[in-house]
Design a binder for this molecule. Structure first.
Ligand code: ADP
Length: 273
């Protein structure tokens, strides 16, 4: 499923003294199956942007097309859009409420009117991807699990809806380094398993660079850079100026360039970072 954003502007609290332009004339395209890292400092507009993509916020001006169909026009079918575009909010585990892991993950699929067999199949698949053993955890209360496990249950709940686009807003926030690596590994896995389009929102270059095919860098409501991690890292100065910590290797390259070495872009590999 492809996404096209045209001249998107979004203002909060229009007409009040607190009016704030959170997105300023953003145009971009995301192709089916791409793994995008959406990166930028706090307040750069990332959350505002992703909330437009499943209709939670309506643009002040501009258009969004999903598979060529406008989701911003009057007649848009928001229910269908939310089924296609799954959004995992920050700290999604705060939204768990059922008595068992099974029931929590089943909540969304049940509303789709699927058969019990199909629901069970989807739950098993989603739990496998987030590395939760089905038999061991299905009857457990989400509230007896660790923070990282609870988050995986919440992610499985969105996965079980089998959206075509999955958006994850800072999925590693607040986890310890091990929990962080596990979740990132699972996200990589689910991109393979479900072949969905993924937008991973983060303020950590290290995290997104490991996973994404392409980075989109946001600054003050604008998408200022886009390209493969390698391409984006060649803009060390810009990234430094907007407060994004870049992987170590880019500093090495920068120093070598300052010393007059002609370093080609294609020698920079993220793995070396
Ligand atoms: P990010 O996700 O990159 O941290 P946000 O999209 O949350 O950025 O915020 C973009 C800008 O919009 C910021 O200046 C922020 O203060 C402002 N903003 C976000 N949410 C609201 C809101 N509900 N009301 C007013 N301003 C907001």
């Amino acid at each position: 499923m492809s996404i096209k954003i045209e001249n998107l502007t979004y203002k909060y609290m229009i007409g009040t003294p607190f009016e704030k332009t959170a997105l300023n004339d953003v145009s971009l395209e995301i192709k089916k199956g791409e793994f995008i890292g959406l990166i930028g400092h706090t307040g750069s507009g990332k959350s505002t942007l992703i909330q437009q993509l499943n209709g939670l916020l309506k643009p002040t001006s501009g258009e969004i097309y999903i598979d060529g169909e406008s989701i911003t026009s009057k007649g848009a079918n928001l229910k269908q859009i939310r089924q296609k575009v799954g959004l995992v909010f920050q700290y999604p585990e705060h939204q768990l409420f059922e008595e068992t892991v099974y029931k929590d993950i089943a909540f969304g699929p049940k509303n789709l009117g699927l058969t019990d067999d199909e629901i069970e199949k989807r739950i098993k698949r989603a739990m496998k991807v987030v590395s939760l053993d089905y038999d061991k955890y299905k009857d457990r209360s989400p509230f007896d699990l660790s923070g990282g496990q609870r988050r995986r249950v919440a992610i499985a709940g969105v996965l079980a809806m089998e959206p075509e686009v999955l958006i994850l807003d800072e999925p590693t926030a607040g986890l310890d380094p091990r929990g962080r690596d596990e979740i990132l590994y699972e996200i990589k896995n689910l991109h393979k398993e479900y072949k969905m389009t993924i937008i991973l929102v983060s303020h950590s270059m290290e995290d997104v660079a490991k996973l994404a095919d392409r980075l989109i860098v946001m600054y003050k409501g604008k998408n200022i850079l886009s390209g493969t991690p390698k391409e984006v890292f060649t803009h060390v100065e810009t990234l430094e100026n907007i407060g994004l910590a870049v992987p170590q290797v880019t500093y090495v390259v920068k120093r070598l360039r300052e010393k007059g070495f002609d370093i080609r872009e294609d020698v920079i590999t993220v793995d070396e970072a």
